[in-house]
Design a protein around this ligand. Structure first.
Ligand code: ADP
Ligand code: ZN
Ligand code: ZN
Length: 839
């Protein structure tokens, strides 16, 4: 039998008696056991990446979860095909974290692994390879063998090759060994279905050879030898001028860009000679996006309030693991974080700062970059896979001890976290909906910190009720900041009654007189305006004025959203799109009109109402590209835009000094949403977007347009009375059994056949009823959206007692019920989705 390196191995491989339980990135409910071949027995450990065969055809990367001597009972263990590294890629804390996540969020550990590992670390038969742009066979210290050479030659003529291509080029089946070896030799990069290829910035650099760098005498000798070779001497002098000789020999091998010499018009051939003679050395450096900036010197001095907050945080964290920092918008939480992060790093701990997706390109990251420079890694969800691998390896190698990132940065290979911060902790985007694991990053961060014996700080101007509750009951520490930094004041609020204006004919293109006048005033003073409406597209839908016909998605139970920009109607659930018909397909009338209000339509209205203003729009449609969001913000920040219209994207973390007016187009839309969190969310979103106004010397103005101005919530928002709003809403939550008083689990049943979906949902619902824990069950009901992508949807909601381990038991029993259900012949193709703590 031939192994992956093409070596003949003896048959005894089969019987080392050692087995490994391997985590593989597929949704199966258990770990599979593989045999450990003899040649790998002493090299394999927990957290190592291995190649295994799964099913008949699939070759996958797995992670060793456990090594033991028990052969599986139900099947014959297949051998591990190969070991990918000589070190663990995943540490034991990570595996514990995965296991916790799988259990808590009712999914499989393989699904967690799949989310956790960047696909560049998951070789499979679907992987592709490309030439490493920094590889140079002439300067590489690693010789290639024949097969490797053939593969590289083949690759040189192509931009990429699939595994199958490699197999056919080499004419052998097992190519993982060769690919692995080429990866180790830094000749190729492996990736998986990435659209965006890796193109790092590569610099050619020159440095002193080791021999001379550590030996001043030898270097002096070189100068003597060069005394009659002026051109070479000049080059060497130039080098030493750029890189002074340090006492520490390691520093002496510091390089400079090759272009320094050419820019100084020094002889290229003399440089070549110096390199040939082994005095200087040429090498390539990948300029990572994390190494561009050096920390800047600028010291910021904390205000007394901030200093006091830092002191309180430290005292409270002596006996609490988690703390809520409740600081109003503009109170200067960032500087408080910075102080705490610096201290944690100085103590040798790692630090993770989680931010909602969209806040990642804002001022906060810029400010952190100023302070931490290249010691900080940024983990963005719009990064390509190779960029993720780069951060991953930075953490693994210890180069990055501080990472600021989106929710998936929880999975980075930290081994000694000391501090985890979750900023804007109330943000619903911390919850992952699809696919599994459907985790809440804030809650998972607390668990992760606990595994590391680290502390967690949750920061927000409008804390989630869950966190506020935990703070009030003493489970979390609590520190509040009630004043903005410096002279900045909170904005003044105005309610503008849409119906009153409408009656008086003062409502123009959905803008009340107050809002129009405030915008006009701001424009006159060359200040900036934000307009918030949480609905993208032109109008929610098109409707026939004669018969009331409304176009719906062919695949989902929702109406199509009208996008005027390209005269299209689009489904926001499945992406289906269609041109707007010229006449009503139901009655033939040509009176089709757009109903409702989306950001596109507001943008258009603004250009009609304020033709002199420069308008931009920020929503999912305008920020799809990698830097789309950043570019828009730069435009706005540099004053090229007067009015920015946007969805909830504009509510987060923006800190622009010239914004003085914020308009909330339709507050009722946020408030009257069929969800128990609607009130909480309205309070948060309105307060957050209002918090963008007047962040410097000039007081800001917030205009909230509504049809029902006398609702109490508006007055609580205006007074900043979060506490009373909370107390009142919590009364309702307690009475009607909602979190944080109960745990909610949502079970969704999907099938393309309505009858099957309904029957499956009923059966499972009845079975769940028998699980012996204290609970309230609702459903099964047709989902709020009854059909998505041709699948009919039914939902059961289970509210479970928080006491004891009721929910743990429920989840465990539920898992086996679902396994039973899908084993039943009628329900084999039904999909059951469990969502723990749904949003
Ligand atoms: P928050 O995140 O609490 O809304 P920020 O951290 O964005 O508030 O701070 C608001 C503004 O105050 C920012 O422009 C920030 O630069 C400034 N600021 C905060 N603390 C200080 C300080 N100690 N010295 C100088 N400027 C500060
Ligand atoms: Zn009609
Ligand atoms: Zn659809």
């Amino acid at each position: 039998m031939e192994n992956l390196f093409g070596e003949i191995i003896d048959q005894e491989t089969e019987s080392t008696g050692f087995f490994a339980d391997v985590i593989i990135p597929v949704p199966i409910p258990k770990l599979f056991t593989y045999k450990i071949p003899r040649n790998l027995k002493d090299e394999i450990g927990i957290g190592f990446r291995v190649i295994v065969q799964f099913g008949q055809k699939k070759i996958l990367t797995g992670i060793i979860g456990k090594v033991h001597q028990k052969p599986p009972v139900a099947y014959d263990a297949k051998p591990i095909l190969d070991l990918l590294d000589n070190h663990a890629t995943v540490n034991p804390l990570q595996i514990r974290f995965w296991a916790w996540m799988a259990e808590y969020y009712c999914c499989n550990i393989g699904e967690v692994m799949n989310a956790a590992l960047p696909s560049g670390l998951k070789l499979s038969s679907e992987s592709k390879i490309q030439l490493n742009p920094t590889y140079d066979s002439d300067t590489s210290p690693y010789p290639l063998d024949d097969r490797e050479d053939i593969l590289l030659q083949a690759l040189a003529n192509k931009s990429e090759m699939t595994y199958d291509d490699c197999v056919s080029v080499l004419g052998i089946k097992s190519i993982h060994g060769i690919i692995k070896s080429l990866v180790i030799k830094e000749a190729i990069l492996v990736f998986e279905q990435v659209k965006e290829k890796y193109s790092p910035k590569v610099e050619t650099r020159i440095r002193l050879s080791k021999e001379y760098a550590s030996d001043k005498k030898a270097l002096e000798g070189v100068f003597q030898e060069l005394s009659n070779k002026a051109k070479q001497e000049e080059i060497l002098l130039k080098y030493l001028q750029e890189v002074p000789v340090y006492k520490n020999p390691d520093l002496n091998t510091k390089g400079i860009e090759k272009s320094v010499f050419t820019d100084a018009n020094l002889s290229a051939s003399s440089l070549k000679t110096l390199i040939k003679n082994g005095i200087l050395e040429e090498y390539k450096l990948i300029i990572s996006r994390f190494e561009k900036e050096e920390p800047s010197e600028e010291e910021i001095i904390l205000s007394e309030l901030q200093l006091d907050a830092v002191a309180q945080i430290k005292t409270q964290l002596e006996d609490k693991n988690t703390l809520l920092l409740h600081g109003i918008t503009g109170s200067g939480k960032t500087e408080i974080y910075i102080t705490l992060i610096k201290e944690a790093l100085a103590g040798g701990s790692q630090v993770l700062l989680l931010l909602p997706e969209i806040a990642l390109t804002t001022h906060m990251v810029g400010r952190l970059r100023q302070v931490f420079g290249s010691d900080m890694g940024v983990f963005h969800s719009k990064y390509s896979d190779n960029e993720r691998v780069e951060v991953w390896n930075g953490v693994l190698s210890g180069k990055l001890s501080f990472v600021v990132g989106v929710r998936s940065s929880l999975f980075l290979p930290f081994d000694s976290l000391g501090l985890v911060i979750v900023d804007e902790e109330h943000e619903s985007s911390f919850k992952q909906y699809e696919p599994a694991p459907r985790f809440q990053a804030r809650d998972s961060a607390i668990m992760l910190a606990w595994l590391h014996q680290a502390k967690t700080i949750l920061g927000s101007a409008t804390p989630s009720f869950e966190s506020f509750y935990n703070a009030r009951t003493g489970k979390y520490g609590y520190v509040s900041l009630g004043k903005r930094y410096g002279e900045a004041q909170l904005p003044e609020y105005h309610l503008a009654d849409i119906l009153v204006d409408k009656k008086k004919n003062l409502l123009k293109l959905d803008f009340t007189r107050l809002l129009r006048e405030s915008i006009q005033e701001a424009l006159k003073n060359q200040e900036q305006v934000l307009i918030f409406q949480n609905r993208r597209g032109y109008a929610p839908y098109i409707s026939c004025e004669d018969c009331g016909w409304i176009p719906e998605c062919e695949h989902c139970d929702v109406s199509l959203t009208y996008h005027q920009f390209n005269e299209e109607m689009r489904c926001h659930y499945c992406g289906f799109k269609e041109k707007v018909p010229s006449t009503c397909p139901a009655c033939g009338s040509n009176k089709l009109s757009a109903v409702g209000l989306g950001t596109e339509r507001i943008e258009e209205s603004i250009s009609l109402l304020f033709p002199e203003a420069r308008v931009a729009r920020m929503d999912l449609d305008t920020t799809r590209s990698k830097y789309g969001y950043q570019r828009l913000l730069e435009e706005f920040g540099s004053g090229n835009v007067d009015i920015l219209v946007g969805t909830q994207m504009i509510t987060k973390g923006l800190d622009f000094g010239k914004v003085t007016v914020v308009g909330v187009m339709d507050a009722d839309r946020i408030l009257f949403f069929p969800d128990f969190r609607a009130g909480e969310r309205a309070f948060q979103q309105i307060t957050q977007v209002a918090g963008r106004a007047g962040r410097r010397d000039k007081k800001g103005k917030v205009i909230i347009q509504t049809r029902k101005p006398d609702q109490q919530i508006f007055h609580q928002i205006i007074q900043g009375d979060y506490k009373n709003f909370y107390i009142q809403e919590m009364g309702d939550r307690q009475r009607f059994f909602y979190p944080p008083f109960v745990k909610i689990i949502k079970v969704t049943t999907r099938h393309k056949d309505y009858k099957v979906a309904e029957r499956a949902a009923r059966s499972l619902h009845n079975l769940m009823g028998d699980i012996p824990v204290k609970k309230i069950m609702l459903g099964p009901e047709k989902g709020l959206i009854g059909k998505i992508k041709n699948q009919f949807i039914f939902e059961s909601i289970i509210k479970i007692d928080k006491a004891g381990n009721a929910q743990a038991q429920f989840k465990q029993d539920l898992q086996s019920l679902i396994n039973e259900m899908v084993a039943h012949k009628d329900f084999r193709s039904v999909r059951f989705v469990v969502d723990v703590d749904p949003y």
